[in-house]
Design a protein around this ligand. Structure first.
Ligand SMILES: Cc1ncc(COP(=O)(O)O)c(C=O)c1O
Length: 363
């Protein structure tokens, strides 16, 4: 929307790391852009990254190059469930989850997160109440977009225990796993135990961490050969080959050389998060922020303003002149919240924060 500060979509205002840009240029100068396969060096770079950043040792045969995280989620839904089967999601959560489940003829089974103070938790007891014999899959968002949670080992273990008991496969969307702020630590779901690994599909990508979303491409990791075969059959039936040559060159360079850039980015994002939380606490204490563990997406609780979602939206787009993602889009529990992307220069964030305060401060 023209004239509004756009802080809604989940990408960044920052240029990708210079070594990534260089790798794309070098690939462009090659001049031949025919069909290709990801080279062994791409798989090595991905495995090295997962081991270094997340302490997860993965095997080459688990890894499948995919066109993107959401396409892979659809392959998992189609390959691992039948029409009418139940798929658990935990709202408020990234809205394409429910859209893709229902658009593909499966049932969305909701197990909403619980708010405990300002911190969101998975409702592990709630899971027992929502499942039935045709619930086959659970989509985990880890870290969780939009509530800033980096799931701790105990929560993940509780989830794994439940899913193992009920033979529910966990599709763990870990696209935000590199965006963990200093002080928190990401645990890959499949790294919990060999049993959890054997019932998991993990989706990762360099695109979110290094601002490469326009290039596409992702990596799917499936330790169990049977599950991998069912997934791969659908992927091949629909999407054929791997992502484009630039996506492969860029993600390999990011995984090999991107660590210093990413660490600098995370420090900047954390400083922006702290700035916003402090500014709101001082100037508009009716609006609070969920504790910032992961992602660059602040989750603002605006319920104390006692305005409807429509009123909040009208004021954001009118008096404030900023464009956020509305909490209600993320499903049950998101009403009264807004998601604000802080991966922007401090000056832009400061401008947005001042506009927010001017538009919502009670007179
Ligand atoms: C949780 C989550 N999964 C997936 C995606 C998109 O992945 P892709 O662009 O690879 O389809 C996003 C983008 O914001 C996201 O937040």
């Amino acid at each position: 929307m023209p004239g509004l500060i756009p802080l809604w979509v989940a990408d960044m205002d920052f240029e990708a790391p210079p070594k990534v840009v260089h790798a794309i240029r070098a690939r462009a100068e090659h001049g031949i852009f025919g069909y290709t396969l990801e080279p062994d060096s791409w798989f090595d770079a991905a495995a090295g990254w997962l081991q270094r950043r997340h302490g997860w040792k993965v095997r080459r045969e688990w890894m499948l190059p995919s066109p993107g995280v959401i396409p892979s989620l659809v392959f998992a839904i189609l390959g691992l469930t039948e029409p009418g089967d139940g798929v658990i999601i935990q709202p408020p959560v990234y809205y394409p989850f429910s859209l893709r489940v229902s658009a593909n003829g499966r049932r969305v089974v909701e197990n909403p997160l619980r708010l405990s103070g300002t911190r969101w938790e998975m409702d592990l007891e709630g899971l027992e109440k929502v499942v039935d014999d045709r619930t086959r899959l659970l989509i985990l968002c880890s870290p969780h977009n939009p509530v800033c949670r980096v799931w701790d080992q105990a929560s993940l273990q509780g989830l794994a225990d439940f899913c193992l008991r009920r033979s529910i496969i966990v599709v763990s969307d870990e696209i935000h796993s590199d965006l963990v702020l200093p002080g928190s630590r990401h645990t890959p779901f499949a790294s919990l135990s060999s049993q959890a690994a054997a019932q998991s599909v993990t989706l990762v990508s360099a695109t979110k961490s290094f601002n490469l979303a326009g290039l596409g491409g992702s990596l799917t990791l499936i330790p169990d050969a049977g599950i991998r075969g069912r997934f791969d059959a659908v992927q091949h039936a629909i999407a054929g080959g791997p992502a484009n040559v630039f996506a492969a060159a860029a993600s390999e360079a990011a995984w090999r050389h991107g660590e210093p850039w990413l660490d600098e980015l995370l420090a900047y994002v954390q400083a922006n998060m702290r700035f916003l939380a402090g500014f709101l606490a001082e100037n508009l204490p009716q609006v609070t922020m969920a504790p910032q563990e992961g992602t660059y997406l602040a989750w603002l609780d605006m319920r104390a303003l006692r305005l409807s979602d429509d009123q909040i939206k009208a004021r954001l787009h009118g008096a404030a002149g900023i464009w956020l993602d509305e909490g209600r889009m993320f499903g049950r529990g998101g009403e009264g919240f807004q998601r604000l992307n802080v991966a922007c220069p401090r000056a832009v964030l400061a401008d947005a924060a001042e506009r927010l305060v001017r538009a919502f401060r009670p007179s």
